[in-house]
Design a protein around this ligand. Sequence first.
Ligand code: FAD
Ligand code: UDP
Length: 380
Amino acid sequence: MITAGEGKKIAIVGAGLSGGVIGRELAEAGHHVEIFDRRPHIAGNCHTERDEQTGVMVHIYGPHIFHTDDAEVWNYVNRFQTFMPYKNRVKTTSNGQVYSLPINLHTINQFFGKSFRPDEARVFLETLADTSIEQPETFEEQALRFVGKDLYEAFFKGYTQKQWGCSPTELPASILKRLPVRFNYDDNYFFHHYQGMPENGYTDMIGHILDHPNITLHLETAFRRTQTDGFAHVFYSGPLDGYYDYQFGRLGYRTLDFERFTYDGDYQGCAVMNYGDESVPFTRITEHKHFSPWENHQGSVCYREFSRECGPQDTPYYPIRLVEEKELLSHYVALAEQEAHVTFVGRLGTYRYLDMDVTIREALDTARLYLFAEKADAAM
Ligand code: FAD
Ligand code: UDP
């Protein structure tokens, strides 16, 4: 371990989970860490803020639920915040009715007006499935193969068209594989063993992660490639194409617009209500107070969520990763691989959709690899 006086000067771009976790690990190892974020707040896209009018904790960049099977990551987040029990139970409105998601026995029975037991529902769904599709490659094939045309059209086709701005026939099957189909009444959106919500929000949690004497934070400070001099290493969690001034073109993202409204009471009775019909222009409504069921607020803050193509001035949310983007990405990755003193990390730095737990796992591994390599160099 390096003592504080011997520590190197490290730059970290982005004060989200990637930057925060790497910064903390290197600060604890004795390095002097400077963290830059162009936004006026920490926590990146996980940022939460209490609404002044209602007192509700709001997930400013969209709903974030913590779920993982990684015990080390779970222990890590619990070091910096008390996690309250929280299970995500999503509903969806389709053709004038409200159903439970992910598709489970209740959804199947309600949709088809049946009272199947698990084995019966499984056999029934198999009769609806398009079994001629042996290896589903597209989103649509995956849906037709496993749930059939009617459930696909009610819950996935319109929603996905709105979310991704293209036909499900153009999207990979992997996007739908995120959602299970259950033949019991379990309506938990996730499978993971550990699930919860930080008691005082994600920003408070990341604030504790950054609270270390070896960390200096610079908010509202954009970092550019020309500023790397003077730092032993740079960990960059901003957009990979942005670092190289978009010289080969821009990697495609979807962005989100949130239409905020308040309500006196309980607007929809759950945290997340999806809208499967294409005729409804938004994908879902989030009612934030239901993310903190241990709190009691009369007023309510809701977000209608609209997805659209990300322009140069917009916040990038979902990497698109179709064939064209993968080709463009390979050019940027080739440049990144030549960097000896810059490591690209996180959702934007690696252009991948990463859940929070995977982001933390990768950040811990990246910091440890760096410290290990440093030790190995020192021993030579
Ligand atoms: P970010 O949070 O994006 O942080 C990057 C930071 O870098 C930003 O603050 C940005 O301002 C800053 N930055 C960029 N460029 C520069 C620059 N040049 N100079 C200075 N600063 C810069 N995960 C879950 O596990 N559960 C969920 O329920 C969930 N819901 C989600 C919902 C939505 C709508 C989205 C988009 C994501 C969701 N995620 C969820 C994923 C989660 O948001 C990510 O795992 C996490 O935010 C990744 O953290 P990061 O630090 O890599 O990136
Ligand atoms: N999806 C859908 N209908 C829904 C919910 C999800 O069609 O009601 C599709 C949509 O294409 C989405 C994908 O399933 O991108 C994965 O869902 P998830 O809830 O994981 O989406 P995310 O967390 O990425 O918003």
